[in-house]
Design a protein around this ligand. Sequence first.
Ligand SMILES: Cc1cc2nc3c(=O)[nH]c(=O)nc-3n(C[C@H](O)[C@H](O)[C@H](O)COP(=O)(O)OP(=O)(O)OC[C@H]3O[C@@H](n4cnc5c(N)ncnc54)[C@H](O)[C@@H]3O)c2cc1C
Length: 522
Amino acid sequence: MATEPEVGSEVRGLAPEGEAESTAQGDPAATDPAGRDRGTARDVLEALRGSVPDHLLLTDPTQLATYECDGLAAYRVTPALVVLADTAEHVTATVRACAEHRVPFVARGSGTGLSGGALPHAEGVLVVTSRLRTLHEVRRADQRAVVDPGVINLQVSKAANPQGYYFAPDPSSQQICSIGGNVAENSGGAHCLKYGFTSGHVLALDLVTPTGEQVSIGTEAPDAPGYDLVGAFVGSEGTLGVATRAVVRLTRLPEEVRTVLAGFASTDQAGAATSAIIAAGIVPAAIEIMDALAIEAAEKAVSCGYPAGAGAVLVVELDGAAAEVGHEYAAVEQICRQEGCFEFRMATDAAERAEIWKGRKSAFAAVGRISPDYIVQDGVVPRTSLPAVLRRMGEISAEKGLRVANVFHAGDGNLHPLVLFDASEEGATERAEEVSGLILDLCIEHGGSITGEHGVGSDKARYMPRMFTDDDLDTMQMVRCAFDPDGIANPGKIYPTPRLCGERPRIRQGAHPLTGDGVEVF
Ligand SMILES: Cc1cc2nc3c(=O)[nH]c(=O)nc-3n(C[C@H](O)[C@H](O)[C@H](O)COP(=O)(O)OP(=O)(O)OC[C@H]3O[C@@H](n4cnc5c(N)ncnc54)[C@H](O)[C@@H]3O)c2cc1C
């Protein structure tokens, strides 16, 4: 079980009836940690007949191919079975059947993830929650919304806006990504600098555990006793179960919003202005930086009218009570000018505000205009390290002969370097991967992290040991095993070496706690 995904993995569906499926043939995946035989996706399919309508059970290779990747299309694996859940009971029945036959399953929302988190398992079941789209209620009086996991992020704000509220976590993909995916990835967005990531906006969850139990975790009461299970689940990338409903916190719409575009000669200056704004005690709703290459791409794609000749631009958004925003605006202008800003422009209406954001929001896709291929990287550094890290990234880019465009959430130090390359050039893909990895090393060197918001998924599992010791990884694995003793929930994601729940961690002394339950240690 839990092999690392391979780029361009073989496409494989359900074996014809009567033929053995590959898991049963001398493959370590054929048994679970206790040495019991694992079943197959066909067993799950048979178990679901009657409880999930046939048209929601996909086995046709053409239909299965639709689900072979998420937003990271470099990794592709065709699942053996796709279940399009229409109800929470469909999710429960599916996970229960997987648990009974010890068959791997992977949850999928809208499939926009950028780290291969929803990459299917070739012998497993893909549980798609995107059809669970009921927005049950918006409760203005206590600032809550109750939503199904397939509800689109932006729909929550659209439903709450008429009552003066919105859902604050705003990934750039918010028009298509689902709340279930946001919860699993602990997603962020441009405005998470002030309002925090998804983890700060989820109060309670209904979920199906990997053993097939329906449970409710969390509470709407403040400071409830007991372990913070919602805290453990948010960001667990589908490895602790499938969320079937969420109670989320709503945020009051601000009285005033001011959006500013500031042009600088260099990213050094723009980075220094960012640190100075925060040091002055101002927490803008967003501070975003784009460098010269990203500006060039955005101009080509959407003619956003950013300052000509800028080496970097800052997009700063201030929101809150009108008096406070006015005061902060004056301070931000003064700081930007002190740090060398040569153009400082405020949007005077909603159309101008949208125009300023258009360049930033189009930047990832726009890079496709200036390069045939690119890798979107995601790492974090302490804000104050930004100038040094960006300089070193420039050197790496020159040494390896590949251009790197930078568009990022500067306030959080969350970098999104775009490594540009041409896959048709001999060795270019490998060099781009190398540059991408070197950038993550740089983030770790500066006390940062290998991911800021896109998750570890399949893509970054191999980098986890660069950031964590074996003891750290063992401890995380113990949490995973507490939820998923059979190792069937999204196996192969997050952790570099798939460790089964009965395996002895590297250093721990004495008997493994699970041996008391009869689980074999090998
Ligand atoms: C253009 C673009 C821009 C983006 N911008 C941002 C950004 O600004 N910030 C950001 O954080 N991310 C961003 N992303 C990444 C992505 O949109 C987010 O990670 C998003 O939260 C994924 O949601 P999804 O519904 O597409 O999840 P999927 O991709 O379907 O799944 C993501 C993970 O969640 C798990 N999962 C899905 N549903 C459930 C469920 N119901 N229960 C348990 N686990 C589940 C999956 O197993 C997988 O591990 C961007 C992606 C794109 C394509």
